[in-house]
Design a protein around this ligand. Structure first.
Ligand code: PLP
Length: 423
């Protein structure tokens, strides 16, 4: 009997015993292809010798020093590497221990930035419906997933939501991608105007939506329009690349594919690659300078932020991801996966859409291919898919549809970047 409060109480989980490359082996010797990298976490594969060596070297020298007293070579080196590799305009790094922490820190950075700037009335956060930004209260409030929020609603700070860029379901048949992107940008602008631009702090979005929609990228010049509107009203643009960043979509930073740089960017998951819990917030010089010339104190912090072992692991993980051959493999294998899925599944009456970028692919399942009507979520199709795939030795990341039918069940595939054609 397990003494752990597991996410789901009931099903007996296999014990993961070892892992190498793209495979995890359980204590009965059964091997699973890590087809979703857990939840898009495993980036450079399991047991990568270079990461393990970097971690051992760090362990032999220093495992912890509180960041109120010290900085460390490991944390400084990671920050330096991230800034070197990031699009121009992301000049500083705040290190945390995961994705939700990164989002919380991003929101508080934005809020304190405006307090320091003499605009304390700026407090509204606008995000998108059907989004996920983490499970802590601020991040949960930002996310627009009604099901995840429902019972915690009384605890959540006020946030505002606009439509996601979800062409499969929400772009009209007669509408071009550009017209659809323009319609969504207009909706964002109308929301900012309704709240009073002087009261709006930030707009938060994932460049490619992961957990809630299943690898849905924007269309047209959506993000360029969003950037333009944020600039027009002095609203900070926060892009959440916790899931889609760090090479997952075929470039180290997903936003470069959309031709925009945010004021604040969050990363996690693939950054630690599963070796250590780590996340980061990257921010512009403009925001840093406001703090440096103002209170000189970001009023936020966690005991384990900037952990040297986590930083050493992540520094090596990022070095490996940034190698041209790694990203080339993400793109080549991503294309192969897309073509393979289309060839194998697109004729099925229950597969509505197959999409994504790089090694971040989603399959949306529908009860009726022509009307795009989703399956009844009460059937819990996603749970059955997960079980059946695991029985056949495949880890996938399926998610249920919404009660209001605004999206269907989907399966997310996000294998490690080192996967080969045979695997
Ligand atoms: N933001 C996005 C876009 C995510 O997909 C997730 C996790 O799935 C988070 C934030 C939260 O990250 P974590 O689970 O590491 O707290």
């Amino acid at each position: 009997m397990s003494r752990i409060l597991h996410r789901s109480i009931g099903p007996v989980l296999p014990h993961a015993a070892s892992a190498q490359g793209v495979y995890i082996t359980d204590s009965n010797g059964k091997r699973y292809l890590d087809g979703s990298g857990g939840a898009a976490v495993t980036s450079v594969g399991h047991g990568h010798p270079e990461v393990l060596t970097a971690m051992r070297e760090q362990m032999d020298t220093l495992c912890y020093a509180h960041t109120a007293f010290f900085t460390t070579d490991a944390a400084e080196a990671l920050a330096e590497r991230l800034v070197d590799l990031a699009p121009e305009g992301l000049d500083y790094v705040y290190l945390v221990s995961g994705g939700s922490e990164a989002v919380e820190a991003a929101l508080k950075l934005a809020r304190q930035y405006f307090c320091e700037a003499g605009e304390p009335q700026r407090r509204h956060i606008i995000a998108r419906r059907q989004s996920y930004h983490g499970n802590t209260l601020g991040a949960l409030a930002t996310g627009g997933n009604a099901m995840r929020r429902a019972q915690f609603q009384p605890l959540l700070p006020e946030t505002h939501h606009v439509s996601p860029c979800y062409a499969y379901r929400e772009q009209a048949p007669t509408e071009t991608s550009e017209a659809y992107a323009a319609r969504l940008a207009d909706e964002l602008e109308a929301k900012i105007l309704a709240l009073g631009p002087e009261n709006v702090m930030a707009f938060v979005a994932e460049p490619v939506v992961g957990a809630t929609l299943g690898a849905v990228a924007s269309v047209g010049d959506y993000f360029k329009r969003v950037r333009h509107i944020c600039d027009r009203y002095g609203v900070l643009l926060i892009l959440d690349e916790v899931m889609c960043g760090m090479g997952r979509t075929g470039s180290l930073f997903a936003c470069t594919q959309d031709g925009v740089t945010p004021d604040i960017l969050t990363i996690a998951k693939g950054l630690g690659g599963g070796y250590q819990p780590i996340g980061a917030v990257m921010l512009s010089e403009k925001i840093y300078t406001r703090f440096a010339e103002g209170s000189k104190l970001f009023q936020h912090g966690h005991t384990y932020l900037g952990h040297p072992l986590a930083a050493a692991a992540a520094n090596k993980v990022v070095e490996i991801i940034a190698r041209p051959e790694t990203l080339a493999n993400v793109n080549a294998m991503g294309e192969r996966l897309q073509r393979g899925l289309e060839a194998a599944l697109m004729d099925s009456p229950y597969v509505g859409d197959i999409r994504g970028r790089g090694l971040f692919r989603g399959i949306e399942l529908v009860a009726d291919k022509h009307t795009r009507e989703p399956f009844d979520p009460a059937r819990k199709l996603y749970a059955r898919i997960k079980r059946q795939a695991m029985a056949r030795g495949l880890i996938s990341y399926p998610m249920g549809g919404t009660l209001d039918g605004t999206r269907g069940d989907h399966v997310l595939l996000a294998p490690p970047y080192i996967i080969t054609a045979d695997e």
